[in-house]
Design a protein around this ligand. Structure first.
Ligand code: C2E
Ligand code: MG
Ligand code: MG
Ligand code: MG
Length: 285
């Protein structure tokens, strides 16, 4: 019965029977080409200090304009890149560009942090810490300027393997953040062991904050958990002024979201970061 079942599964995943498969594969070879040709771009979404309104840095988000299909959402191509292994090349491209950007900001007199998203595959890549270390040294960027965002679910896929890579990254002095916190299969015992400095509250709890008492309770509880564990806490998906005010009241450290700014092209982000933190600067679109 077991053999029958596994055979059935093989047949179910037969490439010739999956109408989406050829298209997905060609999309991935086109993504590989875009990486090699430097045809991807990064946009930068500001992360602010909730109490002062000051821009502390940004999250780097990758953008891909396909030659025929136009803009393809990372929500579409990142999971595919993870499945096919292309993510390894993508992550290294994003890291290289991001660390160069950090070096550029320093020469411009902008003391900012930059967060890069890692994927589950990166956490199994034992050569990644050395690669990151080399890039930081080449650009003379202090390691604590770089934040690496990892989702809870990525860590929990293979916690022991992830822990090896994360500990080596943390030993470099790189800042680690748990992204999309609250929607993964949280294991508090692992959370306690992870060498992370920041929790990033998932936007599904933050977007409805002003309208939902339940979400306010959850966010308040996550802020308290972070406090108790001596972690910084950032809310993503802040879409209105009321939410930002609530977060300040809860004692949340940082915020990111459309109300503060959309992901911006480098030059626009740099202008945004240079502005003094006055309320009128909010709501850049
Ligand atoms: P994420 O890391 O959780 O990034 C936050 C996503 O939420 C971004 O979408 C951002 O544009 C969006 N967002 C920010 N503020 C708001 C808001 O106020 N409201 C709403 N509705 N959305 C908001 P984006 O750029 O489409 O990226 C989606 C996901 O794709 C990211 O989620 C991340 O998991 C992945 N991703 C993006 N860039 C990279 C990358 O360079 N490498 C890797 N591995 N993953 C990436
Ligand atoms: Mg992120
Ligand atoms: Mg997130
Ligand atoms: Mg997300």
């Amino acid at each position: 019965y077991a053999a029958q079942q596994s055979e059935a599964r093989v047949i179910a995943y037969d490439a010739t029977r999956d109408p989406h498969r050829p298209e997905r594969l060609s999309l991935m070879s086109e993504l590989r080409r875009a990486i090699d040709d430097d045809a991807l771009t990064l946009v930068f979404q500001p992360k602010i200090d909730v109490t002062t309104g000051q821009v502390r840095g940004a999250e780097a988000l990758v953008r891909w304009t396909h030659p025929r299909h136009g803009p393809v959402s990372p929500a579409e191509f990142i999971p595919l890149a993870e499945e096919t292994g292309t993510i390894r090349f993508l992550s290294r491209w994003v890291l290289r560009k991001s660390i160069r950007k950090l070096a550029e900001w320093r020469t411009m007199g902008l003391d900012l942090k930059l967060a890069v998203n890692l994927s589950v595959r990166d956490l199994g890549d034992r050569s990644l810490p050395e690669h990151v270390s080399d890039l930081l040294l080449q650009s003379a960027v202090p390691p604590d300027r770089l934040t690496l965002e990892i989702t809870e679910s990525a860590v929990m896929r293979d916690p022991d393997a992830a822990l090896v890579v994360l500990e080596r990254l943390a030993a470099l002095g790189v800042d680690l953040s748990v992204d999309d916190f609250g929607v993964g299969q949280s294991s508090f015992s692992y959370l306690r062991r992870l060498p992370v400095a920041e929790l990033k509250i998932d936007q599904s709890f933050v977007r409805p904050l002003a309208a939902s008492a339940d979400d306010r309770s959850i966010v308040r509880a996550i802020v308290e958990l972070a406090r108790a564990l001596n972690l910084r806490v950032v809310a993503e998906g802040v879409e209105d002024a009321d939410s930002l005010e609530l977060l300040a009241g809860f004692g949340c450290d940082g915020a990111q979201g459309y109300f503060i700014a959309r992901p911006l092209e480098a030059a626009r982000f740099e202008d945004f970061a240079r502005q003094p933190p006055v309320p009128s600067k909010f709501a850049v679109t």
